[in-house]
Design a protein around this ligand. Structure first.
Ligand SMILES: CC(C)C(=O)C(=O)O
Length: 538
């Protein structure tokens, strides 16, 4: 088995992108999650960037120093002695357990060298001496060293210089050579210039030069052309890389870095496809959703359709898909979502089918027979025809209750005629048309009259509270009534609105009563087997 190390730079490269920065305490929280998911290396920051960055790296180093199985900690440094010293200082708590990595970088692409190093770029021998000297300094302080020739994929005619740099770095004690596609412009169609080919050449040259050294080759890809995953995987499967650098949810400079959760799951799914070798990471994939949620909530929002950890990655709506899933839970999933801490869930939408509707109703413990499921589904779709984006379960069930409602009122009124209070209602009650009319007591209000009628007809039910309000200004504002009743030891809240305050209250009471009656007549034991079979969320 070939173990592929996962180098997590969410806190460093991830926080370099606009909008992703987090407070000190959130950085620490993230480090705990990185340890839980078991990345091999956590790049905790750039200690020389500010006092706070130094303090964050140093606290993470102290925290991990007390935990045996936590990741190694890397911290980034430019080729400047003062920076290297600050980096060493921040990482020092991990020296004893040999888990501190100074990550030193210098550009090698010609244009980038000129733009970021100025005149220093012309003195290649000095750069070579500095790389050698600073790595020796870090190694002497008990650090591991990772060396990155920045913009390696754009090195152009600097191949020989890059070879010298890598050679100097290894000679001075660097144990990892990281090959970045800094601007996300690498593509296998580049042929001989493709950076993975260069990595193979460099790995070969270094093996010849340092036959006794065990060098880790690492890859660090940005996603500007959407090729970060392809490039990272080619570096592993076609090149010498045994370490992948990236960020959870693919955050990072510009279009981001390769998404680590995609790399981990790619290895899980395809790592055994090559003859004679199995590639795996040691990460506990079941925590992917948790760390992905953290990045989503505290760094940058995640697209719903984001691969692996996105909300929609295990959510289904269309009829054809949900139908098949109800028979075979994982038929439309490329892997079992529980591997990444997700569950299959359904959203009822305009393209959903009657099987899906029936499953939701039964999951909530109500009756929906095979004969009626088509009618109920159509009713619910018509009831919410403006909701093209799908219904929550609450909205869906409210429509189911409206469909089942035993009392469907066509006309309702309460008026005084010849000194008597008259109550009148035209309604369908359990599908029978009825014309209800009676003379109420003198001191009855419309509500008490209706309440008495409903109790006599359908059984005991107490009014717990009644509220009526107008939510809009002006004389045309509607009255919104809310009435809560208690029946069979359960609470039912009825709501209604009408231009007339009294009618709104009457309708709200009927709504509450309807819910009580739906519960009484259509409740059934929850169909747990089917529910469990499709892994629906509770
Ligand atoms: C410092 C290096 C590794 C980097 O972040 C890049 O090249 O993108």
């Amino acid at each position: 088995m070939k173990q592929i190390k996962i180098f997590d730079t969410t806190l460093r490269d991830g926080q370099q992108c606009p909008g992703a920065g987090m407070s000190h305490s959130k950085n620490i929280e993230y480090a705990q999650l990185a340890s839980l998911i078991k990345v091999d290396v956590l790049e905790a920051g750039f200690p020389s960037a500010s006092e706070q960055d130094h303090a964050i790296v140093s606290q993470i180093a102290r925290m991990y120093a007390h935990q045996n199985r936590s990741p190694k900690v890397a911290a980034l440094s430019q080729l400047r002695e003062a920076q290297v010293e600050q980096t060493i200082e921040a990482l020092s708590p991990l020296v004893k357990s040999q888990r501190a990595i100074v990550h030193l970088y210098v550009p090698v692409a010609p244009e980038l060298m000129a733009a970021s190093l100025g005149a220093y770029a012309d003195d290649k021998n000095q750069i070579l001496r500095d790389v050698q000297g600073m790595i020796e300094l870090a190694v002497g302080a008990g650090m591991e060293v990772e060396f990155s020739p920045e913009a390696y994929s754009q090195m152009g005619d600097h191949f020989a210089f890059t070879t010298d740099l890598i050679s100097a770095a290894i000679d001075a004690g660097a144990s990892t050579i990281n090959c970045p596609d800094t601007i996300g412009r690498a593509c296998y169609l580049q042929g001989d210039d493709y950076f993975v080919n260069h990595m193979n050449q460099h790995a070969h040259i270094m093996r010849e030069q340092f036959p006794d050294r065990d060098i880790t080759w690492s890859v660090h890809c940005h996603n500007d052309f959407g090729l970060a995953l392809d490039n990272s995987m080619r570096a592993v499967f076609e090149g010498p890389a045994t370490q992948i650098e990236g960020c959870f949810n693919g955050i990072g400079e510009r279009a981001g870095n390769v998404a680590l959760e995609q790399c981990i799951m790619y290895l899980n799914a395809f790592g055994h496809s090559q003859p004679g070798e199995v590639y795996r990471s040691q990460c506990r994939s079941k925590h992917i959703r948790r760390i992905s949620d953290f990045v989503h909530q505290n760094m940058l929002p995640r697209q719903p359709h984001w691969p692996i950890g996105g909300d929609n990655a295990a959510k289904h709506s269309s009829g054809g898909h949900t139908n098949a899933i109800l028979r075979n839970a994982h038929i439309y999933q490329p892997f079992n979502p529980s591997e990444v801490g997700q569950q299959i869930s359904f959203v009822f939408g305009p393209l959903s089918g009657s099987n899906h509707a029936q499953a939701i109703i039964q999951k909530h413990g109500y009756v929906c027979t095979d004969d009626e499921r088509q009618t109920i589904m159509q009713y619910i779709k018509d009831h919410h025809k403006e909701r093209r984006k799908g219904l929550t379960d609450d909205e869906f069930m409210a429509a189911y209750f409206a469909f089942r409602a035993p009392i469907k009122v066509a006309k309702i009124g309460f008026e005084r005629i010849k000194n008597k209070q008259h109550f009148a209602m035209q309604a369908k009650v359990f599908d029978q048309a009825e014309d209800i009319h009676f003379i109420a007591q003198d001191d009855d209000t419309a509500i008490t009259a209706l309440h008495q009628f409903l109790q006599q007809r359908f059984g005991e039910c107490q009014i717990q509270s009644y509220r009526s309000e107008s939510r809009e200004p002006g004389r045309h504002a509607k009255a919104h009534a809310t009435i809560t009743v208690v029946a069979d030891d359960e609470y039912f809240q009825g709501k209604a609105q009408d231009q007339d305050i009294e009618t709104a209250a009457l309708k709200a009471l009927i709504d509450a009563y309807n819910q009580f009656l739906v519960q009484r007549h259509y409740r059934q034991p929850i169909q747990t087997e089917r529910h469990a079979a499709v892994g629906l969320r509770d």
